[in-house]
Design a protein around this ligand. Structure first.
Ligand code: SR1
Length: 339
């Protein structure tokens, strides 16, 4: 049994990753930077966890620059990342105007750059996204299937964010296809804490628009805000919420008895973080992940969560494998984190 014990001891020393073929030489001793505009909320915390796990699996040194929703700070941080000689930069959210020229400067300096949910308007920078049009379509089709084509709805929206703008384009199409869908109020903010700020706005909107029977809130922090307002106004049984994104906290909120939050469409944000780093690693290895790196979303209803008794993201991944892993930016040699 001595051999068995030493084998078991050796196994414990192995890194917590799934080993694939040998890593390409281009990935040795590389430093990458995550330059993020927004970080508060379940989605962004989980996204960071995915970035860290995938960077560790590939032995990439990672530094996180957190602009905390300050566009000028994000620009400065991108500048710092260029000056500090990072080999790769992952841009996460932000505004085209504040990063476009700096992102081009990074590319010209030979730094590999990828962007998640921010448009740097640069052909050399792959764009990573959750197929936002499909995500909005899934949520809106469920909204119409549940509530019919004639209804007054409230819409939570903030312009300027590419994922929200892509979802908004699909919402506009739906309103044309179904003229009976009446958007009677539009509101929204990303001021921290986002959910509470949206709740304050939603409370006023609901008071002024008693005919609203549905709220379309295509960001989970927006949906949390709408839910708080509906519950405080005693309207949780009368108004339904359709959203984007999913997290363990969201699953619990959707499953609360009498919750108005009945459906959402999304991906696993941990997977989005992993895919973002994998796309960057492919560039560092001299491979092309493609101009658009898309991760398909899935619809999740309150009914499904209750019927399958899904309590958290881990169980969601067991029932719906799309939430555990995305076969995107995943060449033969890729080393995946163990989850
Ligand atoms: C303010 S933008 C918020 C969105 O970014 C990510 O795409 C998440 O899906 C979230 O809904």
């Amino acid at each position: 049994m001595k051999w068995f014990k030493s084998l078991a001891a050796a196994a414990l020393l192995l890194p917590a990753v799934t080993m694939a073929a040998e890593l390409p030489a281009g990935l040795e001793n590389k430093k990458i930077a995550l330059v993020r505009f927004i970080s508060q909320g379940d989605f962004f915390q989980a996204y960071l966890a995915g970035v860290k796990a995938q960077a560790e699996a590939l032995d990439l040194e990672l530094q996180v620059f957190d602009a905390r929703q300050d566009a000028a700070r994000q620009r400065d941080m991108l500048d710092q990342a260029i000056l500090q000689g990072f080999d790769g930069i992952l841009l996460q959210h932000g505004f085209t105007d504040s990063i476009k020229d700096k992102a081009a400067e990074a590319v010209d300096a030979g730094i590999q750059v990828v962007a998640f949910d921010v448009d740097a308007q640069n052909e050399a920078i792959p764009q990573i996204q959750q197929s936002d049009a499909e995500l909005a379509r899934l949520a809106l089709e469920q909204l119409v299937a549940d509530n019919g084509e004639q209804l007054d709805l409230g819409y939570v929206y903030v312009p300027g964010f590419p994922p929200l703008e892509r979802r908004d384009a699909v919402f506009s199409e739906f309103k044309q296809i179904y003229p009976g869908l009446k958007e009677v109020a539009r509101f929204g903010t990303v001021n921290n804490p986002i959910a509470n700020s949206v709740a304050d706005q939603a409370a006023a909107v609901l008071r002024a628009n008693p005919t609203i029977s549905v709220i379309f809130a295509p960001f989970d922090e927006f949906a949390k805000g709408a839910k708080i307002a509906l519950e405080e106004a005693g309207l949780a049984q009368d108004v339904k919420i359709y959203s984007a994104d999913i997290s363990t906290a969201d699953i619990q909120a959707m499953r609360e008895p009498g919750s108005p939050w009945v459906a959402t469409a999304g991906t696993n944000p941990v997977v989005m973080g992993e895919v973002s780093v994998r796309a960057l690693a492919m560039l560092l290895a001299g491979e092309n992940p493609g101009r658009q790196v898309l991760v398909p979303p899935t619809l999740i209803t309150r009914q499904l969560l209750n019927e399958q008794d899904i309590q958290n993201m881990e169980q969601l991944g067991q029932k719906l494998p799309a939430f555990a892993h995305a076969d995107v930016a995943n060449p033969e040699w890729m080393v995946l984190p163990n989850r």
